[in-house]
Ligand binder design. Structure first.
Ligand SMILES: *Cc1c(COP(=O)(O)O)cnc(C)c1O
Length: 386
């Protein structure tokens, strides 16, 4: 059976060039980057090369990049670390209602510490309103955190404009760029950000590695303590193979951006156009301000989970738009934020392609999906076929 992996917003295949770059650092040159002898120095050199690769990919200086254990940790250090560092200047934070949990939960935590958080609404396409942002800014605002590309619906936020508002009001600005690097241009100066989060495994790098851009002069407090590695912001022995992989993945993401984005856009549009010909389905998010690899669709009368399971039986790997908590099936907070009724949010399906997908993959999905949908609709208590 054909296997078609279309869940690249969840994680991606490690590329050959990334794997090749990493391998020597597991068992041949396995030193600790803090050690003084030759193998330790080799590790330190490999890490500095990787830091340069990450910095170059986002238009930063090498001194402005720290390695972390992933996108989640980068977001935590950025949001909590900046909030703590700026506490004497105010206690107000602005974020959006559609952030990844890695930003949302640190914000909730800060609320318990006495910070005030404004969660900006989004319009029906999932785009943050600049008017709402301007209205939300107070003299007490110390941090704005709005994601670059949303992981569920692929919406691209107006980061440059938000950056301008932040700068005018002298407010720190963080963006989660985990889903944007390698899909759309990411340049820290163009975006006007002070802090920017990246993750390895969303860009054909390994899992468990990420990076945080911290603009020169930006104050951030550590959120955990130890040996003081990574300028004291991320203590712990550096994950050298992961860091080398992260560097290579970032280099490739920036180097091949145009070619890859064109390929992903072609596949995305083929899928969207093919599926939305049917009347029982609609596209979630924006048609234009959309990541090249994301198609998020809502099917009427049926549940996303059932679709995922039936597609899996045909070798197609996709996911629901909703991240279900283990205790209860909760509709996606992102889809609900678009103003979608819960039953429609439950019927959502996310396809996220990558450079490894082909036109034939999409043809296959378009071939098997309508039958599955018809079967599930026929079984649905909500569907009345007249
Ligand atoms: C996956 C993801 C994260 C978390 O990154 P990890 O490396 O898995 O911790 C954060 N933000 C967004 C937008 C993501 O898609």
């Amino acid at each position: 059976m054909r296997q078609v992996y279309l869940d690249n917003a969840a994680t991606t295949q490690v590329s050959d060039e990334v794997l090749d770059a990493m391998l020597p650092y597991f068992n041949r040159s396995f030193g600790n980057a803090s050690s003084l002898y030759q193998m330790g120095r080799q590790a330190a050199e490999a890490m500095e090369k990787a830091r340069e690769q990450v910095a170059n990919a986002i238009g930063a200086d090498t001194k402005e990049v720290i390695f972390t254990s992933g996108g989640t940790e980068s977001d935590n250090i950025a949001v909590i670390g900046a909030a703590h560092a700026m506490r004497e200047h105010g206690n107000h934070i602005i974020t959006s209602t559609i952030e990844h949990p890695a930003v949302m939960e640190p914000c909730r935590h800060l609320e318990k510490e006495g910070y005030e958080v404004t969660y900006l609404p989004v319009d029906c396409e999932g785009i943050v309103s600049l008017d709402a942002l301007n209205d939300a800014v107070t003299p007490n605002t110390i941090l704005i955190s709005v994601m670059h590309v949303n992981n569920e619906i692929g919406t691209i936020q107006p980061i440059e404009e938000i950056g301008r508002v932040a700068k005018e009001n002298d407010i720190l600005f963080h963006t989660d760029a985990v889903q944007s690097l390698g899909k759309i241009p990411v340049d820290v100066d163009d975006l006007g950000v002070d802090l920017l989060s990246l993750s390895g495994h969303k860009i054909h790098g390994p899992k468990g590695i990420g990076a945080l851009f911290v603009r020169k002069g930006t104050r951030v407090k550590a959120v955990e303590y130890g040996g003081g590695q990574e300028r004291g912001l991320r203590s712990g022995t550096e994950n050298i193979p992961g860091i080398v992989g992260m560097g290579q993945a970032c280099e490739a993401a920036a180097r091949d951006l145009e070619k890859n984005a064109a390929h992903m856009t072609r596949l995305r549009d083929k899928l969207i156009d093919g599926i939305t010909k049917e009347e029982y389905v609609r596209l979630n998010g924006s048609r234009t301000m959309r990541s090249p690899n994301n198609a998020n669709l809502s099917f009427h009368y049926i549940e996303g989970e059932s679709l995922v399971l039936m597609l899996d039986m045909k070798g197609v790997e996709a996911s629901t738009g909703s991240a279900c908590s283990s205790k209860e099936l909760q509709a996606s907070h992102v889809l609900l934020a678009l103003g979608m009724p819960p039953e429609q949010a439950h019927g959502s399906l996310r396809f996220t392609n990558s450079i490894y997908n082909t036109e034939e993959d999409i043809d296959y999905v378009l071939d098997v999906l309508p039958d599955i949908v018809q079967k599930l609709m026929a079984m649905s208590p909500l569907y009345k076929p007249y």
